[in-house]
Design a protein around this ligand. Structure first.
Ligand code: SF4
Ligand code: FE2
Length: 631
């Protein structure tokens, strides 16, 4: 294990010990209290879809109960449980997107929600077939586009608008396999229906429908979430930031922004610059107001504002344990319900803001799209006035933080690629240089490494080990979510990380002046990865499945990640999962996932918990793709 990793663990261990001294409970206490986790649940063979159950069937065909009371066998039970995880994940990403679109619907010249990227608004409006996109008044067009986007959730006919971005061959595969997603809400509802007691029992059909539902996340909700956030809040640009718990400043009022939806976070960013509130903070004895990000909100805010990242999923409790966070404010997704109780062991106020994620135990200040700034200002005032309640004896902020470069949206990445070519003689503003580098073998390929942390895996170890192995072998990595924050903490998002690369990738990094691991944003921004890969496939005239590119989620934990893996596989990329989803109880379903699906989409799920072995498999996969392309 490397020194950097060891350093992470020293911090974690010290803070876990501090929590014990402070009488605060952490996830490790709860994990220990659970003792052994349920083997039936782990294998996906516990069914509680109807109230005749719960029915736990045997993972073995030779002994124990073979079927639930209704007759569902292990294959059906596993398939239905898996499908419902895809529904949960798709719902989360897509409902996030719906909130962004709603905010755009409320945008106005003089209101808090504005259109910052008029060019992108007009481009997407034209892509979606709206009329007079060059001449229509900005906000009239924004409202029209928002209405059209809301229809993507419930339109009675047709498939998702963004599918047309994909290569023709891929679109044909989706049609042929009946996995082209229709309206997002419809896909989730239909799959919940299909997996209701007494409906589908055929595992193959259930997996196919799980793919289609997940596709409505990747090419629907997530892509809408990303593109519309850019229109409203700005296309992320290359910028410097810092990452790890050391960004919490003991001399300032610290506000930890945690969750996923940029609507709230953007308003907090605006309100935190209010001179009256800064003055108030100074009157309380603080040097100023320091907003720090956690999880995907952290990614969104660092990419657009340079707001520093306090940590990833695993560190949400640790930030509070530093004793220097005045307010932890959250919106939706990946928030431990344990946080309000933990906050009570310190002076921290915990504030939930979303009616969809009202978290019991401390404050609730509702975020209202019609008056979003008042919620943000109240949050900041609460934090400022809480500064004096800090217990100095409980403050211990680890000094560790890493410099990092973030903000590689598709547009910014293309801009960076322009540095590789001769602008006098070559075409600029395209992904051609990236294709050229891959085709020439300077880069062997690319990997999208994404996902969460999971206490089943040593913190950040799998993320970082996999990235280091791949860049060493000239595979460029694009990262999002907590994987991106792991990379940031380990210094992989710095230009100096080129020294860890093979010769080809190092040269490419020097020519483009980029790090070998590119921060592409939050979990919905995996759609940026899909878009970039699609542009390269289109530019080369090949299908996505032919490219030497893979997806990986080494430490994931959420339903969202299960949906992500499923839409990435549907998009034609083999997807390497470091944690086993709840499917091991059905050999047949596992076979469908690792082999059968390949016949439909040209890609499959690969399960490998050892990141070194995963890297070997990925390299073999990439070299195989290269051979087939003849490059
Ligand atoms: Fe048991 Fe069938 Fe009901 Fe599931 S649906 S709980 S297997 S009876
Ligand atoms: Fe996320």
């Amino acid at each position: 294990m490397s020194n950097e990793l060891l350093e992470f663990d020293v911090i974690a261990e010290a803070l876990i010990e501090k929590a014990q001294k402070d009488g605060a409970e952490t996830m490790w206490d709860r994990k220990a209290a659970l003792k052994t986790q349920c083997g039936f649940g782990e294998g996906g063979i516990c069914c509680r879809i109807c109230v005749m159950g719960p029915c736990r069937v045997s993972p073995s065909p030779d002994k124990g109960a073979q079927r639930g009371i209704c007759g569902a066998d292990r294959d059906t039970i596993v398939a239905r449980n898996f499908a419902r995880m895809c529904c949960g994940g798709t719902s989360a990403h897509s409902d996030h997107a719906r909130d962004i679109v709603h905010a755009m619907y409320h945008s106005s010249e003089d209101g808090p929600f504005k259109i910052r990227e008029e060019g992108k608004l007009r481009r997407i409006a034209a892509e979606w077939g709206l009329e007079d996109t060059d001449t229509k008044e900005t906000y009239a067009l924004a409202h029209e586009l928002a209405e059209k986007a809301l229809m993507e959730f419930g339109k009675p006919f047709g498939t998702q608008n963004f599918l047309k971005r994909a290569p023709k061959t891929r679109q044909e595969i989706w049609e042929r396999e009946n996995i082209a997603p229709r309206a997002i809400d419809q896909e989730v509802v239909t799959l919940m229906h299909s997996t209701h007691m007494g409906c589908a029992s055929d595992p193959e059909s259930i997996l196919r429908r799980s793919l289609r539902t997940s596709m409505s996340d990747g090419w629907g909700g997530s892509m809408i979430g990303t593109e519309f956030s850019d229109i409203m809040y700005g296309i992320p640009k290359e910028r410097a930031s810092e990452s790890n718990l050391g960004v919490i400043d003991p001399e300032q009022v610290n506000i930890m922004l945690h969750g996923h939806d940029p609507n709230l976070a953007e308003m907090i960013a605006v309100a935190s610059k209010n001179p009256e509130l800064i003055e108030l903070a100074k009157e309380q004895g603080a040097k100023g107001i320091n907003v720090v990000g956690m999880c995907c909100t952290g990614n969104e805010m660092t990419m657009r504002h340079g707001i520093k990242i306090a940590g990833n999923f695993y560190q949400q409790e640790m930030a509070i344990i530093t004793g220097a966070v005045e307010v932890a404010v959250v919106d939706v997704q990946c928030i431990f319900p344990a946080l309000p109780k933990l906050a009570k062991s310190y002076h921290t106020r915990f504030i939930s803001t979303s009616p969809k994620a009202k978290i019991a135990g401390d404050m609730y200040i509702e975020f209202n799209e019609e008056d979003p700034l008042s919620c943000a200002e109240e949050v900041i005032k609460t934090a400022v006035m809480n500064f004096k309640n800090r217990d100095a004896s409980k403050v211990d902020v680890p000094e560790l933080k890493a410099e990092t470069i973030v903000g590689y949206s598709v547009e910014t990445t293309i801009g960076a690629l322009d540095r590789v070519v001769n602008s006098q003689t070559d075409v600029t503003g395209t992904v051609k240089p990236l294709g050229d580098l891959v085709w020439a073998g300077v880069l062997r390929g690319a990997a999208g490494i994404v996902g969460c942390n999971n206490p089943k895996v040593e913190h950040d170890y799998a993320h970082i080990t996999l990235m280091k192995e791949l860049i060493k072998n000239d595979v460029i990595c694009v990262v999002t979510g907590c994987a991106a924050q792991a990379a940031a903490k380990a210094g992989l998002l710095k230009l100096e990380a080129k020294e860890l690369c093979g010769r080809g990738l190092k040269e490419a990094c020097e020519r483009a002046n980029i790090p070998p691991v590119l921060h592409m944003g939050s979990c919905v921004d995996i759609s940026r990865i899909l878009h970039l890969v699609t542009l390269v496939a289109n530019e080369r005239g090949v299908d996505i499945a032919e490219l030497p590119v893979v997806g990986a989620a080494p430490e994931y934990m959420s339903e969202k990640a299960v949906a992500i893996a499923s839409y990435v596989v549907s998009s034609g990329l083999n997807t390497y999962l470091g944690v086993m989803p709840y499917v091991s109880g059905s050999e047949n379903f596992m076979k469908l996932m690792t082999e059968g699906v390949k016949e439909w989409t040209g890609a499959a799920y690969v399960f490998e918990s050892d990141p070194i072995k995963a890297a070997e498999l990925i390299m073999a996969d990439i070299e195989d793709k290269r051979t087939k392309l003849g490059i």
